[in-house]
Design a protein around this ligand. Structure first.
Ligand code: HEM
Length: 427
């Protein structure tokens, strides 16, 4: 057995903060290895990259999620008691609860709502004023995901809820004020949703049966018990928060359309390229940098020892930019997805492996369908200008965004018959 290559610094947390998405890929290049060790957040941590690394990481007999995520992430991004920290049967039963929402009809219903929301918003965006796309889209997504999830959202609360849901994500990778804001937002958001869960159980609120509020309020865990209202709230927020986060991919899609304007016409002429285009957006701009587990039992991989209990980070961003998998990985080239083999371990913007068995994101279909609606709207339902602004993307800031949040102006609707809007299924 040989020793795993080691980042020699006493603690590399600062380097991780400073280098962001590039921290793991850069060390892998330096050590010529898909695995290295570093001391991160006061713990010995193994960083793992590459397709083979992903395949290893999703082997549940070797890795587990219990106590894997740092507490600072539980206080902000995930919440305590969330599915992200469950293993075995407890995980599978909880995962089934999420997957039951992801039927093709239910996902399509959300996409249809989103298309309707665009049609409602276009007249208000039209004119000489500027629209900050990130915020405008977050408002849209906050409205439609609450409606789809059975969560009542009075008009006067929309701004408050949008800002709470976005603070959870924005603060997750931050320190100082960003982090404190996220903790405050989590407390308030959990109290809001837990109260609704109790109302459902008391019969004061009757959401439709296929909604997250209904399903999660009535869900039974592996011992046949209902989730306590706080845990149910944590899991409902596990639907609301990431759906609003799809706004980031939408902004990156707009950024890519601006940088590669030839794709605007191409997407109008070739509807079949919509799916490859959004896949390439998810690959190039995969803003969730890594996911985390712990070694379940001692084992050896490629001659390297993995000691029980060690924290392991899987380099999602690095795998999506791995030159061994993706030729010319920094190039934005949707056509590469015409040739992709659907391998669940080489394209991992939302995790890898199996959606039911592993911790892979149950919201992938939602993400793809919402992105398709937005890209269609941006290329076919409106024309707009992109005024001078700072469009740079700081890859040391996690999660990343274009500096200006992507401002558009002079929005003009493209006149079309309602039937031509083309929300037809499968488009
Ligand atoms: C905005 C785009 C999204 C990104 C970048 C993203 C990314 C991810 C990643 C990287 C994971 C962890 C995978 C792992 O640990 O192996 C994950 C898990 C998860 N995501 Fe997403 N996600 C997104 C959208 C969504 C949506 C729309 C939902 C709504 C249902 C969702 C719900 C979840 C849940 C519940 C988990 C935990 C799954 C489990 O532990 O089994 N995500 N996501």
């Amino acid at each position: 057995m040989s020793a795993i290559p080691k980042d020699p610094h006493l603690d590399s947390s600062f380097a991780l903060l400073k280098e962001g998405y590039r921290y793991i890929p850069e060390r892998c290049r330096r050590y010529q290895s898909d695995v290295f060790q570093a001391r991160l957040l006061m713990q010995n941590t193994i960083c793992l990259s590459g397709e083979e690394g992903a395949r290893l990481f999703y082997n549940e007999s070797l890795f587990m999620r219990e106590k894997a995520a740092p507490r600072m992430l539980k206080k902000t991004l995930f919440g305590f008691g969330a599915i992200q920290g469950l293993d075995g049967d407890a995980h599978r039963i909880r995962k089934q609860m999420f997957m039951s929402l992801m039927t093709p009809d239910n996902v399509q219903a959300l996409a249809d709502r989103y298309a309707e929301q665009w049609q409602r918003d276009i007249p208000t965006w039209t004119g000489n004023h500027e629209v900050v796309l990130l915020y405008a889209v977050q408002f849209q997504l906050c409205r439609i995901v609450c409606e789809w999830s059975g969560i009542p959202l009075p008009e006067q609360d929309v701004a408050k809820r949008r800002s709470q849901l976005t603070a959870l994500i924005d603060g997750a990778g931050g320190i100082g004020l960003r982090h404190l804001n996220a903790r405050k937002a989590r407390k308030e958001a959990e109290a809001w949703i837990a109260n609704l869960v109790m109302q459902v159980r008391q019969g004061a609120l009757s959401p439709a049966p296929q909604t997250a509020l209904y399903v999660f309020s009535h869900h039974r865990d592996s011992e046949g018990n209902q989730l306590d209202p706080k845990t149910a709230a944590v899991e409902i927020l596990n639907v609301l928060r990431p759906t609003v986060a799809v706004a980031r991919f939408i902004v990156f899609a707009a950024w890519a359309l601006n940088k590669h304007p030839e794709w605007q016409q191409r997407l109008r002429d070739e509807p079949d390229m919509l799916q490859p285009f959004v896949q390439e957006v998810r690959r190039v701009f995969s803003f969730f940098p890594f996911t985390v587990a712990r070694v379940r039992k001692d084992f050896e991989w490629k001659g390297y020892p993995f000691a029980k209990g060690t924290r392991v980070l899987l380099d999602l961003y690095g795998i999506n930019h791995d030159a061994r998998i993706w030729k010319d990985p920094e190039k934005f080239d949707p056509e590469r997805f015409l040739r992709w083999d659907e391998n669940p371990f080489n394209f991992v913007p939302q995790g890898g492996g199996d959606h039911h068995q592993n911790h892979r994101c149950p919201g992938e279909w939602i993400t793809i369908e919402l992105l398709k609606v937005a890209v269609k709207a941006l290329t076919q339902w409106i024309r707009y200008d992109v005024p001078p602004q700072d469009l740079s993307i700081d890859t040391t800031r996690i999660p990343a965004l274009p500096e200006s949040r992507f401002v558009i102006s002079h929005v003009r609707p493209v006149m079309r018959e309602p039937a031509q809007i083309g929300l037809a299924r499968g488009e």
